[in-house]
Design a protein around this ligand. Structure first.
Ligand SMILES: [Zn+2]
Ligand SMILES: [Zn+2]
Length: 258
């Protein structure tokens, strides 16, 4: 399985896209601004979208994608794109985005009985089988209900923390899994550790405490750094003492899970 990084930035600027991963050709994990770089034909092949939480940088492209591919998917006889998330996240999307004011209700368009989007709730800890791939819903601790995801490969798991502050339950769960790749956020530098605490994100110091709870030598990919701050945050990350192989995630990078 191939995981292509469409966006991994904490905000936008030229060359910086917000969080989204394309797994093979048919599953999207989060729907940030990076989705907009895919050709229309590739957009039309996305059958499932996993959403970690309701924040705009992770959901913005759901409605735009629906609008882009609605006619093409109907012409190809494809069913609705399934949007999988916690019930609270789906309720937030219904109430605040697909409300006819911010954006049309694409769960009822182009026809009520044949919509382009279908909202499908999951629970924390649930295993989902999507397009022949197995995902597990992981816990996350953020300012709104949030989760991370793990994708199962034969030789190890690809793990994405989503947006999260310190999260002991995650390390308890990961200690029982063979983690091949860990994509973990570090949204702020250490000089903004107070803001990281308030907004339930990580900074390098907190990242170090988190990674010390994961045994072995794992490929760790740092995500969600703001544009213009990558070098400063990664310098602080490089100063951590850790057993893991840590690097900054890059848009366009392809991670492979066998
Ligand atoms: Zn967030
Ligand atoms: Zn975010």
């Amino acid at each position: 399985m191939k995981i292509r990084v469409l966006g991994c930035s904490g905000a936008i600027a030229e060359g910086s896209r917000t969080t989204s991963f394309l797994v093979d050709h048919d599953v999207l994990v989060d729907a940030g601004t990076g989705v907009g770089d895919l050709p229309l034909e590739a957009l039309a092949q996305i059958d499932h979208i996993l959403i970690s939480h309701s924040h705009l940088d992770h959901v913005l492209a759901i409605g735009l994608l629906a609008d882009s591919v609605m006619r093409l998917r109907a012409a190809q006889g494809r069913g609705p794109i399934q949007v999988h998330a916690l019930p609270e996240t789906l309720e937030a999307l219904r109430k605040h985005i697909f409300n006819g004011v911010i954006w049309p209700d694409f769960t009822r368009l182009p026809h009520v009985d044949k919509p382009v989007l279908q909202l499908v709730p999951f629970a924390m800890g649930e295993r989902l089988s999507l397009g022949g791939k197995t995902f597990e819903v992981l816990s996350a601790i953020h300012t709104v209900p949030a989760v991370g995801f793990a994708l199962q490969g034969r030789e190890g798991w690809w793990v994405y923390t989503g947006d999260t502050g310190p999260n002991p339950a995650l390390w308890a769960r990961l200690s029982t899994m063979n983690v091949a790749h860990l994509v973990i956020e570090t949204a702020f530098g250490d000089e903004q550790s107070e803001l990281a605490g308030l907004s339930q994100h990580l900074c390098p110091k907190k990242l170090g405490r988190e990674l010390s709870q994961l045994e072995g030598c794992v490929n760790v990919h740092i995500t969600h750094i703001k544009p213009g701050e990558v070098d400063a945050v990664m310098a602080e990350v490089a100063a951590l003492s850790t057993t893991h192989r840590v690097s900054a995630l890059r848009a366009g990078q392809v991670l492979q899970v066998e």
